[in-house]
Design a protein around this ligand. Structure first.
Ligand code: FE2
Ligand code: FE2
Length: 178
């Protein structure tokens, strides 16, 4: 498998979660309510899977190695744009968490904020994924030899191995603080 293989497989799961969120949004608009626990689950997916595990491999391994290459202006511009979008995703998720806390506390007006943040996330992610799958990943591949590509793939697997430990270590640490 090429290094971009696992990243593209992860994109497919992110798309499925986006479809789930889309469905929840339709229901929220009909019932004028949302389950705060569902938002917790969506946030956990976005933060741990889409951001830390997936964007983590892109930023810490793929983009890191690309920075050592002589990128064309267009590829460099696109890489910076993708990183900005990762940052935007994190900011939107933080705002979603904040709105969910208010909603849980009984603030009905927070529902509109939750809906708007979720809409932002589900509209930006598919475009981001499309740009990577169709344009950026094929363009990136051209900068690497087969050996370099396979070394990245191996590093991706190593990176993934740390994720579950990191998630639960943090969970215990957070609980210890309570
Ligand atoms: Fe990305
Ligand atoms: Fe991605």
């Amino acid at each position: 498998m090429q290094a971009r293989g696992p990243l593209m497989i992860e994109h497919r799961l992110i798309e499925r979660m986006i479809a789930v969120i889309e469905q929840a949004l339709t229901e929220a608009e009909q019932t004028r309510s949302i389950d705060p626990y569902f938002i917790d689950q969506a946030v956990d997916f976005i933060r741990i899977y889409a951001d830390r595990t997936h964007h983590g491999k892109e930023e810490d391994i793929l983009f890191r190695d690309l920075r050592k290459k002589n990128l064309s202006d267009e590829d460099l511009r696109l890489m910076n744009e993708l990183m900005d979008e990762h940052v935007f995703g994190r900011q939107t998720t933080a705002a979603l968490v904040e709105a969910n806390t208010r909603y849980r506390g009984g603030d009905q007006s927070a529902l509109a904020d939750i809906v708007s943040r979720l809409k932002t996330l589900i509209s930006f992610y598919p475009k981001h994924i499309q740009k990577e799958d169709k344009v950026f990943f094929p363009a990136s591949r051209a900068y690497f030899s087969l050996e370099e590509d396979q070394a990245m793939l191996a590093e991706f697997y190593e990176f993934d191995q740390k994720m579950i430990h990191e998630k639960y270590k943090k969970e215990v640490e957070d609980l210890e603080k309570e």
